[in-house]
Design a protein around this ligand. Sequence first.
Ligand code: ATP
Ligand code: MG
Length: 407
Amino acid sequence: MIKAQRGTKDIIGQDTLTWQKIQQNAQEIFQSANYSEIRTPIFEATELFKRGVGDSTDIVNKEMYTFCVGGKDKNENSITLRPENTAGVVRAYIEHNISRQSPPQKFWYFGPMFRYERPQAGRQRQFHQIGIELFGVENPTADAEAILMAQEFLKSLGLDDLEVELNTLGCPKCRESYKNSIKEALKPYLDKLCEDCKVRYEKNPLRMLDCKDENCQKIFEKDEIKKVILSDYICEDCAEHFSKVQELLDALNIKYTRNKMLVRGLDYYNRTVFEIKSSSLGSQSAVCGGGRYDGLVQMLGGTPTPAVGWAMGVERLFELVEKVEEKKLDYFVVSKYPKEAIKLCQKLRQKGFSCDFDMQNRKFAKQLEKAAKVANYAIILGEEEIEKGFYTVKNLATGEQEQKNEI
Ligand code: ATP
Ligand code: MG
């Protein structure tokens, strides 16, 4: 028997109702805040992710589903299943000249993402993300608006107790001296760091702080290292920007904690970064991650455009939300006359009722049993009913029965 691939899941039965609710709430909340939906392809040129997500990230180095298809020049035809959606949205933003519309340009999306990771609770190879991207606004209001949207959406799902962690990465300029201080401090420990961190040390030292290796984290906990990590290195402009973000969050009554170790796993972030976590999720506790990425549009070939966004893991959200109960149908038509039954269902569905009927001409008792399971009312359509043109409607909760001429 062929089974679903490791790290993938079928979403079936009652679970689909909760998935639909998550998607519906997203649509309602984002649309009402003037975000339009964007649906980009699930595969893109490999180059887009190499450049957009960054060469020093785990995603690009270890987790991409990359294929070479047809043609002679394999690199030219190399495609990758999207591991995240910001790069694709930015590609579309540039390709369709969206920057010509007056800013901000606000988008939301929902869809599957693919990462070749070790499957475990809260970590799959095909998973789903809901996210927003907001283009064209440099000022801190956009950062606050993005975080507000995440909070509003979570609230709509009954999740109002999650923890927002906030940090600023500064700009490339102020980060430069910070990177050097961190490298300087870690130099004596270089051979004790994990293999990945040895590479990060050269390519993107800040990303070391995001390392999941216990040994590395222990080194970062050492007093002389911690002191450097926690030092204030942010330039005046970035500090001012960050303090305005916090001021706005306070005005919105959004609680957050500062986490100076929060650097996020992607290369493109600058200034504000944040994560939203739930302690009830165990070790994969992050539901949402995001931040500002002012350099990305230009890096991918567009005109310089500030931007901010986030992505939420839908599987992790699913674990947290109250599950939607299956609703019963309004009617189930019980009849040995399938033609009459299907015609009645056509009429009822056109009127907006939910209903079903028996297609196999089963015994009356069997049909009624099924009706009681799936519907609130049975409509009995026997010989007499058809001849005289009325319906016998049975309330399946109380057993009460009445004759009606119209439904
Ligand atoms: P993590 O540290 O858990 O690997 P990440 O930094 O790789 O997260 P992002 O790229 O920021 O995650 O993605 C945003 C959100 O998408 C995460 O907070 C998480 O909820 C979800 N997510 C990421 N990778 C997976 C996965 N493999 N399976 C399920 N959900 C995921
Ligand atoms: Mg990851």
